[in-house]
Ligand binder design. Structure first.
Ligand code: FES
Length: 142
């Protein structure tokens, strides 16, 4: 039996970019974006922000950049392994992307995170004030 809510077909996750999705926190209702990427034989899901500046999205709506098989942050060029989420180069080297747990079954990608529910394929519809709020709290260090 599939573990949770079906997000997308595995085939919908591109080899050379990412599939942007939105989930919602079950307690607060707050929407959060995540990206699905091919990782080895499977699919990994990471919340859609850099570990350098968390208000910077890896996928801004047109797919994340992949270079030599690694995710690239367009702002300052940090690179992240698709499989582990670890930053291998850049200002946040050694940091790890925040994971959204997913499982594969029946040719699909399923949400496997009790605290979140799947909302849609595509961007969050959160308002601009959220971004301003995030940026004032999250640019710490580095
Ligand atoms: S914001 Fe991503 S590398 Fe700086």
């Amino acid at each position: 039996m599939p573990p949770g809510e079906r997000i997308a077909d595995v085939d919908a996750v591109p080899d050379d970019s990412s599939l942007l999705i939105t989930v919602a926190d079950r307690e607060s209702g707050e929407e959060r974006e995540a990206i699905l990427v091919r990782a080895g034989d499977g699919v990994a899901a990471w919340f859609n922000y850099c570990q350098h500046w968390r208000d910077v999205n890896l996928d801004t709506g047109d797919g994340a950049v992949l270079r030599d098989g690694e995710l690239v942050c367009k702002r300052h060029g940090a690179t992240f392994e698709r499989e582990s989420g670890e930053c291998t180069f850049g200002p946040c080297e050694g940091a790890v992307l925040d994971e959204l747990p997913v499982e594969l079954a029946d040719g699909g990608v399923f949400l496997d995170a009790d605290g979140y529910e799947f909302v849609r394929v595509g961007a969050s519809e959160g308002d601009a004030d959220d971004d301003v709020h995030k940026s004032t709290e999250s640019r710490i260090g580095f």
